[in-house]
Design a protein around this ligand. Structure first.
Ligand code: NAD
Length: 318
């Protein structure tokens, strides 16, 4: 058993909400902290949805759900939220300045033994180690969306992380039912986002540049038997985080196409309040997205051919 029983999750958005719910479901005492009271309300609504999913998909019964709820508290007072924390998991936006400011504020509030883990998708622990004021007690513990089904957690150290911290954080991961993935070198994007971000960016490029519709891009992936395609996956990740990641790495790598993809996401989704699955819509409308409806992959009637052909841009001179 790890000694990490009291957990505080910073940021009650898409992933913070899932980490908090799942940790409570697995027996941890969890405090959820956010600066935005409305975000807390959305997180509580998401927890109601997770309760139903854990009954239908994870095999929980009503007593398990009630016990998970009992172990959860929510708040907007950082000092109160971390007062008893053995482990703080940071899941605030994927914006370096926001994360650094949170760590600096946190530094004076924690007891000496408290560990901190970042759930950052793409940044290195070394980027924030000194801001925490306790570099030896800091590492990355990266969870994946749909934590109940994608139950792996990537663990990454920076050069100053102590072996004791890595042991305790890895034990914590196992205790809450995660398959630990040890990341053997510091690497932007860890394991999963090293391949997933380019994959999603490529799918987004096809849409941004008008090569194919989002539905057709997703169709070509659904044939693998996956439950959603890359653009459905962006809805699940949330458009705010998709935008943060694309715009940051577009600037960092001077990547004009990635920048255009970030702008597309901003204009078509953020500016229209379509923030993804959790808020009811993004590329698709939820709870009944087109890609889950019967017929999405059906071969069309032959009468549809003229309409399909009209979408194919003729090759000049052919
Ligand atoms: P999100 O935008 O859904 O939620 C972020 C939350 O942080 C919001 O509720 C916001 O109000 C809150 N917040 C903003 N500033 C804060 C502060 N100073 N203190 C406390 N809370 C603050 O973002 P998300 O998608 O949950 O991503 C959070 C982190 O998790 C990011 O680092 C992201 O890369 C990572 N992550 C996301 C996913 C995903 O699929 N969405 C998967 C793995 C990891």
């Amino acid at each position: 058993m790890s000694r990490l029983d009291n957990v505080t999750v910073l940021g009650s958005g898409v992933l913070g909400g899932q980490i908090a719910w799942h940790s409570a479901f697995k027996g941890k005492t969890v405090t959820v902290y956010d600066t935005d009271p409305d975000a807390i309300v959305r997180c509580q609504a998401a927890h109601d949805q997770y309760a139903a999913i854990y009954v239908s998909d994870v095999g929980a019964d009503e007593a398990d759900i009630a016990a998970a709820r009992e172990r959860l508290t929510y708040g907007t007072d950082l000092a109160a939220a971390v007062a008893r924390a053995d482990l703080v998991i940071e899941a605030v936006p994927e914006i370096p300045a926001v994360k650094t400011a949170v760590y600096e504020e946190l530094a004076g509030l924690l007891s000496a033994d408290t560990l901190i883990a970042t759930n950052s998708s793409t940044f290195l622990p070394r980027d924030f180690a000194s801001a925490t004021g306790r570099p030896e007690k800091f590492c990355a513990l990266h969870f994946s969306n749909m934590i109940w089904a994608m139950n792996f957690a990537e663990i990454m150290a920076h050069p100053g992380t102590s072996p004791q911290t890595l042991t305790e954080v890895t034990e914590f991961a196992v205790e809450i039912g995660m398959l630990p993935i040890p990341v053997r070198k510091e690497q932007h994007g860890y394991v999963v986002n090293t391949w997933l971000v380019p994959f999603l960016n490529a799918a987004q490029t096809l849409v941004t540049n008008g090569v194919a519709t989002p539905e057709d891009v997703d169709r070509t992936f659904l044939y693998t038997g996956a439950r959603f395609g890359p653009l459905g996956m962006m809805d699940m990740i949330g458009m705010k985080t998709a935008y943060d990641v694309l715009s940051h790495w577009a600037r960092e790598n001077d990547d004009a196409q990635m920048g255009a993809n970030a702008e597309y996401v901003k204009k078509n989704f953020l500016d229209r309040g379509r923030l993804g699955l959790q808020t009811g819509g993004g590329y698709y409308d939820y709870p009944d997205p087109a890609y889950q409806r019967p017929g999405f992959l059906d071969v069309p009637d032959i009468s549809a051919v003229p309409d399909l052909v009209s979408l194919i841009v003729p090759i000049e001179g052919a």
